[in-house]
Structures are given as C-alpha cells and as structure tokens.
Design a protein around this ligand. Sequence first.
Ligand SMILES: [Cu+2]
Length: 266
Amino acid sequence: MMDWTKWLALPPLASAHGKDVDRMMLFIHLMMVVLFVGWFIYFVYVLWRFNQKRQPKADSTGARSHFSSYVEGTVAAVEIALLLGFAIPMWVKLNETRNLPKPEESTLVRITGEQFQWYFTYPGNDGKYGRQNIALVSASNPLGYDPDDENGKDDFTVVKEMHVPVGKPVLLRVTSKDVIHSFKAAALRFTLDAVPGVANTSTFTPTRPGRYMITCAQLCGVGHARMAGILYVDTPEQYAKWLAEKQAEKNKPTTPAPAPSPAPAT
Ligand SMILES: [Cu+2]
C-alpha cells in the first residue's frame, strides 16, 4: 500500500509511536486541503454571481430560502462528528502516552536544558541516580550531583550527544536549569518541554539505528538556534561499547585518589 505520509516530506521516521503522529498530520493536512479548495471554489462563485453585470443593485433583503440554515446545520453536524470521531479518540490516545514503561525495562536518561546546551545523565550499571543538591552546583558539577552518594558513583553526564539502544523503551526525565527549553527529536516525532523546577517524564521507543538531530523547540535566548545535539540510536552492541567507554572515563582518576571505597558490586 502506498504510504501517503511520504507526501509530508518529514524526516525519516525512527520511533514506534511516530506512525500515529504522521497519520494525524496527514489527516489534518487533508482536511485543510478540503477547506482550502472548498472556500476557493465558493470565492470564485461569489465573484461570478455577484459581479456588477449580474447584480447591478445591492439586495437589502438577503436570503429568502432556508438554504443557508441547512448549510449551517450541516457544518455544525460535521464539526460535531469531527469532535466525537477525531478529537476524543486523540485525547484517549494522549492519555495512553502517560502509561510509562517500567524503569527496569527501559533506558533511563535525564535531560537537562541550559542556555545553550543539553546535558544527558545516565544512571550507570546500578540503574539508580545519585542525589542532587542545588547547593552543590558549580562549574565542575553543573547539575549538582552529590559526589558522596553511593548511587551516584557510576552516574555520568554527557553534553550535546545522547545515546540509546534501538528497540528498547527510553524513559526520559526532562528539566531545565534556567529558562524554558523544549527537547525535540523530529525523526522520533518527540517533543517535551524542559521547564525549570519541573520534571517532565515521557517515553519513546527508537526503531531505527542512526544519527538524528536534537533541537530546542522553545525560543530560549540568543543561542537558541545552536542548542542542538545528536541522538545516536545504537545497536545493542554499539550501545554497550559506548556505555563501557563512558564508565571507564568516569573511573579514570583525575585527582589524587580519594579514600578507598568498596569495590563496585557486579
Ligand atoms: Cu533552549
């Protein structure tokens, strides 16, 4: 079957839920085409019917038949049908997106927006994040993670590039350090606002390995346009390799070794 959503010339689709988004956009565009063509035909008809030759004198009485009432009734009926048949199922669908996958079965990523870049924080092998404390925020600890928290020992943060494995739900928590940003990955048909003081959660499942553009979808200042990043949808092997690299970087001592800590449980 022909895939009509190709007509929209959107970026190649790379998420499981994206098909529904594309179908909705196609449907909205088709309805706009109907409205545009319909009104255009009516406009041309009015130019012809009421030009000076056919209608030399203004008619102050107006419509005498019930025709216009029938038209109005029909328009109202169509709108009610659209509301019941289109909008309400959409709201139900929207509600379904609030059913988040289990953290144990997902790739966890915390995304933090800042003028003008994205931070991506991963919980490491234990799947648990360390505590955050605003008093700890500094140039070397931009997100204020508590270095003494055991859960945070294997956490790591990267900027501008995000990696996720293909085929596994990604569970996101998106927030901002300063102004309102919006995390957007067009190929995944995914956008989620990053609001300071609010932790927005949502999910998507990437379906195609590749590199995709991340942008900020909320005008947030002079550097808004360069607040871009790259989303790498990796094969499970690539992702495991990347994770291992990041973990090794994290464990490399950069300062004199701190007091010995218990060996990480495996
Ligand atoms: Cu922004």
